[in-house]
Write a protein of this length. Structure first.
Length: 240
């Protein structure tokens, strides 16, 4: 299985060193985001490339696993909530202007999947809905799509732009909505997960905008890697 590690100083993140791992040589490009405590190594450390080995070895899938700036954004309680959101939006610029062009440089397959578990699911959903013309499928596993708690209840333009539960009810742009309606959006979550209610509400908001989505509620808590292994295998090719 082809594997490489790449890193560079990101202009969007003020020169911060950012690394990523690539697994596979061709196929649909799946950009995966880490959990709150993870890094660009997390999906490798959790052997998720082995979970999806058949798709990767057959040239159907390529995984690109990126790092985060959580401790400079949502988890930096010393920063004002608006500054936390601004750093998160800078991270979006890093993904949009640096990571995605690199992905297209190494693999010309146009189909792009965003995926993540727990806080990584928030990353996948927030980026995908902000830039729907850049992606084709969003897979959120055990996610929470409301960033209000990390923003300590504060709301400004930056927090609004970073919070899918805030911006989606107000989305009116025809072109953006049409792009969202072309997405294959999958949300999988355990029935006993505290975020299950948020997933149900968010799914309803999307449907109210004509944005189809597949909400899949699993039995139990289902908020851990053994469940996410089963979920990603089930949904990587689209909803059931």
């Amino acid at each position: 299985m082809h594997h490489e590690f790449k890193s560079w100083r990101s202009p969007a993140l003020d020169g911060r060193e950012m690394g990523l791992h690539v697994w596979g040589h061709s196929g649909a490009k799946m950009l995966v985001f880490p959990t709150s405590l993870g890094s660009h190594r997390e999906w490798s450390d959790r052997h998720m490339h082995r979970v999806l080995r058949d798709q990767i070895d057959n040239g159907w899938l390529q995984i690109i696993s990126v790092d985060h700036v959580h401790h400079e954004s949502w988890y930096d309680k010393s920063r004002h909530p608006g500054a936390r959101a601004w750093r998160h939006l800078q991270y979006h610029a890093y993904i949009r202007d640096e990571v995605m062009p690199y992905m297209h440089h190494i693999n010309r397959t146009p189909f792009v999947i965003l995926a993540g578990a727990s806080f990584g699911a928030y990353h996948a959903m927030s980026f995908g809905l902000r830039f729907p013309h850049l992606v084709n499928r969003i897979i959120g596993l055990s996610g929470l799509y409301d960033i209000s708690r990390q923003a300590a209840g504060h709301m400004d333009a930056n927090v609004f732009a970073a919070n899918p539960m805030a911006f989606m009810p107000h989305e009116q742009d025809h072109g953006r909505l049409e792009a969202m309606r072309r997405l294959d959006i999958i949300m999988a979550i355990g029935r006993d997960d505290p975020s299950c209610r948020n997933n149900e509400e968010f799914s309803g908001i999307l449907w109210s905008k004509g944005v189809g989505n597949a909400l899949r509620v699993w039995d139990g808590w289902a908020h851990d890697w053994p469940f996410w292994e089963k979920m990603i295998r089930m949904y990587v090719s689209g909803h059931d």
